[in-house]
Design a protein around this ligand. Structure first.
Ligand code: ATP
Ligand code: MG
Length: 209
């Protein structure tokens, strides 16, 4: 039987942005034990979630994604504000928001193109019917539990991280477990048509400095 891989496309905040946010969280974390916090090295901004992808669909997805990324341009981003899904009074996911300088539509455009790449590769695209809301998942509740996130959302409402220029998209594989693990399958620079060839020489897990 053919296997499948669990895939998503994401933008990774640089080290400076991670450090800044980790520091801001230090005070908040201790007071909120019921949350399962995501480790800073695993933080990412998901642009599209592909779900379980049959192995024979991966080549189509990879080539369509590389073309979508070739049309993107670098974007100035920062982490800003916070919220909770479904809502702060009954939360399962706690997140920090992302701000795009001058409301550049490039981020949501790239997200939409990644979703389209998935659909054209025959994927069901679970959850992609909802409008794109850029966020970085900070913590999840245990199991199906709903938590009161009002205090922590309020504490982070004014959070503003340092600006950075996003210029790279990663296709990530997810391994579910008590602590989910991610692996980089491919990386492409925005606007670089030849990047697929470059990325193909990189092994999963390799990171750019
Ligand atoms: P876990 O599911 O064990 O909590 P996880 O959510 O980090 O771990 P995945 O479920 O594989 O791992 O998700 C990978 C990424 O895709 C995460 O950023 C997650 O928030 C996002 N994601 C997962 N499911 C959906 C969905 N239905 N719609 C949009 N994004 C999703
Ligand atoms: Mg999940």
């Amino acid at each position: 039987m053919m296997g499948s891989v669990r895939l998503f496309a994401a933008v990774s905040p640089p080290l400076a942005a991670r450090r800044h946010l980790a520091e801001a969280l230090e005070r908040i974390r201790a007071a909120d034990e019921p949350w399962r916090w995501v480790d800073p090295p695993r933080w990412h901004l998901t642009l599209a979630f592909f779900g379980e992808v049959a192995e024979d669909r991966v080549p189509s997805l990879v080539s369509r994604l590389s073309r979508a990324v070739a049309r993107a341009r670098p974007l100035a981003l920062r982490l800003a504000g916070a919220g909770a899904f479904d809502r702060p009074t009954r939360a399962r996911v706690l997140w920090v928001g992302v701000e795009v300088r001058e409301d550049d539509p490039g981020l949501s455009l790239l997200a939409a193109r990644c979703v389209a790449a998935g659909r054209r590769s025959g994927l069901a695209m679970p959850g992609a019917d909802r409008p794109f809301r850029g966020h970085l998942t900070l913590a999840r509740s245990a199991g199906e539990e709903r938590l009161d996130a009002r205090e922590v959302v309020t504490a982070l409402a004014d959070y503003r991280g340092p600006w950075w220029t996003a210029s790279e998209l990663s296709l990530m594989r997810s391994f579910l477990g008590p602590q989910p693990r991610y692996e980089v399958i491919r990386q492409w620079m925005f606007g670089e048509a030849s990047s697929e060839r470059i990325a193909a020489h990189r092994r999963p897990g390799d990171r750019r400095p």
